[in-house]
Design a protein around this ligand. Structure first.
Ligand SMILES: [Mg+2]
Ligand SMILES: [Zn+2]
Length: 437
């Protein structure tokens, strides 16, 4: 891909008060050394790898330290210009100057305390496909309850943002605004005045729901490391190779999870959110997957739609409940696929549109196949965990290793004559067998 029309803008002007125990107010926060390199250098190297060689760094407090280190960028194989904020202009005020520097360019906006390792070709393709004014990078994280959530429509449009300061009395998707943006020239052109400007409130929020802002969801490594504790974690994860491993350019390993009887208790058909109660060990198990480098993806048959017990949006709301509860416990799933179909016709209350022979109902592999494409998954390194022989048959059909859990049906459905690779008491024991604890 030729990404040379993009200019990367790094917002490094913040005060960094939460990090003063590390910076001692001698260097700006983005200059903190993370395993031998300043944070900004990690950012520049990841972006430049994808052919984006022009950078603008917005500097403020102690900004001369950044200039001294990076100069015009030539010793790093890139070119760097600087915008100096004389007074704080908020998260987006300084973007005003981009209109003076460039024409006919699009921008990547990165905040100086967000560490990442992503496949830029993918997010740029997404941005160019939707041709929106702005693309926001979103992801599930381990603390959605105190994060800004993006509300996405079916077509990947961002129709709202739910600030972390709002009180939430509803179930929500774990879809967190991660602090990486692609902004079109048109978007930046709307900044006509040099004044304090907030990116979300002043510029993005008014565009949400108008078909101009899109959300790109990725499980890649993107973390705000703006506190000493998060910074220390990022150092450990970098050293362990987690940053690079999770980049979607690399083959991913995945644990596919059945839902009913595996993550949540088997109570017959679940068609209302009240009916969803998690197995006691579910959050701990999924948290362990999150920390292991495996993706956690739910693959579930939900014939409740075909049977006319509820509709697609009800199933989605049930999944929001699952994500909210997991999130409160510090765990998340990377994606959820469900089959709303059922093949047997002829019941009075059924929903005929979904009473079809489909390619996704387990033990067919349609849902897994879709995830393999989406996340570049290596099936030979992946697993399926479930409570029925149907799940085991699905895993075998897909070519992954299988684990039967004794919760839920515990294999008593006996629909298929199959042997799992392992049997475990519950989801937590199953995950422990995989990650070797
Ligand atoms: Mg099940
Ligand atoms: Zn289906």
């Amino acid at each position: 891909m030729n990404n040379s029309k993009y200019v990367a803008v790094i917002q490094a002007g913040g005060k960094g008060t939460r990090m003063v125990s590390l910076t001692h107010d001698q260097i700006p926060k983005p200059m903190l050394e993370l395993n031998g390199k300043p944070m900004i250098q990690w950012q520049i190297e990841n972006v430049a790898k994808y052919g984006i060689k022009e950078f603008v760094i917005i500097i403020g407090h102690l900004g001369e330290k950044i200039k001294e280190y990076f100069g015009n960028g030539s010793s790093f194989g890139v070119s760097i210009r600087y915008i100096e904020e004389k007074e704080p202009l908020g998260s987006a005020g300084a973007l005003y100057y981009l209109n003076e520097f460039y024409s006919d360019r699009d921008y990547i906006l990165i905040f100086g305390d967000v560490m990442f390792c992503i496949d830029w070709n993918r997010i740029i393709s997404f941005h160019e496909k939707h041709m929106g004014d702005a693309t926001l990078l979103a992801h599930p994280n381990a603390h959605p309850y105190d994060s800004d959530l993006l509300i996405l429509a079916e077509n990947e449009e961002v129709i709202g943002i739910d600030s972390k300061n709002n009180k939430r009395d509803y179930w929500y998707s774990n879809c967190v605004n991660a602090g990486i943006y692609i902004l079109s020239e048109k978007f930046v052109n709307t900044i006509q005045e040099l004044k304090k400007t907030d990116l979300e409130k002043d510029l993005l929020a008014p565009l949400m729901g108008t078909g101009k802002v899109y959300g790109y969801i990725t499980p890649e490594y993107v973390k705000d490391v703006g506190t000493p504790e998060r910074f220390a974690n990022a150092c450990i994860e970098q050293k362990a190779g987690v940053w690079e491993e999770k980049c979607l350019e690399k083959k991913q390993k995945c644990i596919f999870l059945d839902r009913d009887g595996t993550i949540n208790k088997q109570v017959g058909l679940v068609y209302k959110d009240e009916q969803l109660v998690l197995e006691e060990c579910a959050s701990e198990a999924i948290k362990l997957i999150n920390q292991s480098g495996y993706l956690a993806i739910v693959i579930t048959n939900q014939p409740v739609v075909a049977r006319g017990l509820c509709d697609i949006s009800d199933v989605e709301y049930i999944h929001k409940k699952m994500e909210s509860i997991l999130g409160n416990d510090g765990a998340y799933v990377d994606d959820i696929a469900f089959c709303p179909h059922h093949p047997d016709k002829g019941y009075p209350e059924e929903n005929p549109a979904y009473k079809i022979v489909c390619e996704c109902r387990k033990p067919k592999t349609g849902m897994i196949d879709r995830m393999v494409k989406k996340y570049n998954i290596d099936l030979s390194k992946s697993y399926m965990i479930g409570d029925t022989t149907q799940d085991i048959q699905t895993g075998i059909n897909a070519g992954v290793k299988t684990i039967l859990v004794k919760t839920g049906e515990g294999g008593q459905d006996k629909k298929y004559y199959v042997e799992p690779d392992f049997v475990a008491d519950n989801l937590l024991e199953a995950v422990k067998q995989i990650v070797g604890e």
